[in-house]
Ligand binder design. Structure first.
Ligand SMILES: [Zn+2]
Length: 310
C-alpha cells in the first residue's frame, strides 16, 4: 500500500513539475505563421508559440474562431504583422480576450513592423472606404528575408523584457538566426541572379510581392486587383491583357488563397506562365520554417520560367 501511495505521490509530483516547467515558458501568440516561425527561432525552448492564422489563409480576411480567444486569454505576448494587415479581425478579438497584458501599448503587445523599412507608405490621403487595404504602407514585408532580421530583433527585445533572466539566451539565439538567415539570403540572391530574375517583368494578383520583387530584382508592372483588396472589373482585365501582350510580360504571380480561374485565363490569353507562390510558412506542408518559404518560392519560379522557355 505504502509503495502504491508513494508511487502515486511521485506521479502527482511529476505532473506538477511538468506543469510548472511548461507554465514557465513564455506563451506567445502570433497572427501569422511567419511571425510564429521567427518567434520560435528566437524563443527556443523558453517560449511556447502558436499562430492563429494558417499559412494558406489570406491574413487580411480572417474569420475569428472562439479558439483564438482561448489562446489570447493565456498569452503573455501577442505579435501582429501590423500596418493594418489584420485590422479587419484583430482589434475586436483583443477587446474580447479580456487579457490587459496584450492590449495595444501593453508590455505583451508587439507590432512586428516597427523596425522594418516599410514600402509604399501613402503620401496623400488614403481612405479605407475607397477600399485600399494598405493604408499605412505595404504590410507584406515578411516576404523580404532581410526583414526577418528586423522582426527577430523586435521579438528578442520583447521576450527579454518579459523574461530578463533569459535575455542572454534569446540574444544568442537571435545572433544564430541572423547569421543563418544572412547566409541563406546570399544563396537566394545568387539563385535569383542565375534564374535571370533581375528586370523580369511580372504581373501579380495582389500588391503582396513588392518586398520579394525588390529583393530579388523582379519588376511588378501591374496587378489583377486594380487596388489592394478591390476585385477587378472587366475593363481592368481587358487593359491588363493589352498591357501584358504589348509589353511581352510572360510571368504572373498569385497568392495561393486567390481563385486562380481568372489569372489562369489571363495567362492563357497572353501566353504567360502562372506561378502560384506560397506567401507564408505553413502554406504547404513542407514549408515549416522561414527558410523553407524562400526556398520554395524560388523553386516554383524556376519551374515556371523553365516551362515558359520550352
Ligand atoms: Zn495586402
Amino acid at each position: 500500500m505504502k509503495t502504491i501511495l508513494s508511487k502515486l505521490f511521485l506521479s502527482i509530483g511529476l505532473i506538477f513539475a511538468i506543469a510548472s516547467v511548461s507554465s514557465a515558458k513564455i506563451q506567445v501568440v502570433t497572427t501569422t505563421e511567419d511571425l510564429a516561425a521567427i518567434a520560435r527561432e528566437v524563443g527556443g525552448d523558453k517560449a511556447e508559440v502558436t499562430a492563429l492564422v494558417k499559412g494558406y489563409q489570406d491574413p487580411h480576411f480572417v474569420d475569428a474562431k472562439p479558439s483564438y480567444l482561448i489562446k489570447l486569454q493565456r498569452a503573455d505576448l501577442f505579435i501582429e504583422v501590423g500596418r493594418d494587415l489584420e485590422v479587419g479581425w484583430v482589434p475586436s478579438l483583443l477587446n474580447s480576450a479580456r487579457n490587459p497584458d496584450i492590449l495595444t501599448g501593453a508590455p505583451g503587445f508587439l507590432d512586428a513592423s516597427l523596425r522594418v523599412p516599410i514600402l509604399e507608405i501613402p503620401t496623400g490621403q488614403v481612405s479605407r472606404a475607397q477600399g485600399d487595404a494598405h493604408p499605412f504602407g505595404n504590410p507584406h514585408y515578411w516576404m523580404d528575408p532581410k526583414n526577418g532580421e528586423f522582426i527577430a530583433d523586435a521579438i528578442n527585445e520583447k521576450l527579454s523584457a518579459l523574461s530578463p533572466a533569459d535575455a542572454d539566451y534569446f540574444h544568442s539565439r537571435l545572433e544564430d538566426f541572423t547569421k543563418r538567415l544572412r547566409t541563406a539570403l546570399s544563396g537566394w540572391e545568387k539563385k535569383a541572379k542565375e534564374l535571370g530574375l533581375t528586370g523580369t517583368q511580372v504581373v501579380t494578383y495582389h500588391k503582396s510581392w513588392s518586398y520579394f520583387a525588390k529583393r530579388f530584382g523582379l519588376e511588378v508592372v501591374d496587378f489583377v486587383e486594380p487596388r489592394p483588396g478591390i476585385p477587378p472589373s472587366p475593363q481592368h482585365i481587358q487593359s491588363l491583357i493589352v498591357k501584358m501582350k504589348t509589353g511581352n510580360i510572360k510571368l504572373m504571380i498569385i497568392d495561393p488563397y486567390f481563385d486562380s480561374k481568372l489569372p489562369q485565363k489571363i495567362a492563357q490569353d497572353v501566353d504567360a506562365k502562372l506561378a502560384v507562390l506560397p506567401t507564408s510558412v505553413g502554406a504547404e506542408k513542407d514549408i515549416r520554417s522561414y527558410f523553407d518559404l524562400f526556398d520554395r518560392q524560388l523553386e516554383i519560379i524556376e519551374q515556371a520560367l523553365k516551362e515558359g522557355r520550352k
